[in-house]
Design a protein around this ligand. Sequence first.
Ligand code: B16
Ligand code: MG
Length: 217
Amino acid sequence: MKKTCFIFDLDGVLVDTAKFHFIAWQNLAMTLDIDFTETKNEQLKGVSRIQSLEKILAWGNKCISADTFKQLLTKKNEHYLRYVKGMTTKDILPGVMPVLNFLKEKECPMALGSSSKNAQTILNKIELTNYFKVIVDGNSVTKAKPNPEVFIKAAQLLNCLNSQCVVFEDSIAGIQAANTANMQSIGIGSAEILNEAHFVFPSFEEIKIPFIQSLMN
Ligand code: B16
Ligand code: MG
């Protein structure tokens, strides 16, 4: 029998970069005179950089040129990367390391499945690159979450059936992507927001090893 494979989202699951994305988008929205709240930010989690800006502009009923669009994307990313620059292993969210170490010890295949084009930079900063046999990020997919491409690609590269994959996600888009791929979805965050997930935990700290064992073949 094949082993269960575990796919981890990055932003908001392994590290709290979701707050940095929020600050950078909020700052950009402010300069465009667009109202941007935490509720709206939920709709950007897991969504690609380009689609995030498209959504913000639509919320503000703004039309801009292709050149300005590109400039704004660069501006947002530069602002975001200023926060990323200072990241260290201390930024790994509580409860993550015990689960990663347990899965590593049991030789369970693990992949990263992130929409971020900065995923590799962040993984290096927090020294987690070596935990993942496979890394699929915003540079290797053509369709962003909620499209399941990122997770399907990760499963293929792990040589694992979709139905044998477990996905940890903090975003509505990511949970939808995992469900569409016929994978088990574990939401990290609010049960109200992530109500489509198969299981939801407020944070990784609440995920105990017996639960992880219950997911394993
Ligand atoms: P970047 P994840 C996603 O990462 C973030 O949740 C989302 O807010 C961000 O817009 C997207 O990555 C693209 O990120 O601008 O760094 O390429 O949660 O899928 O790990
Ligand atoms: Mg995320």
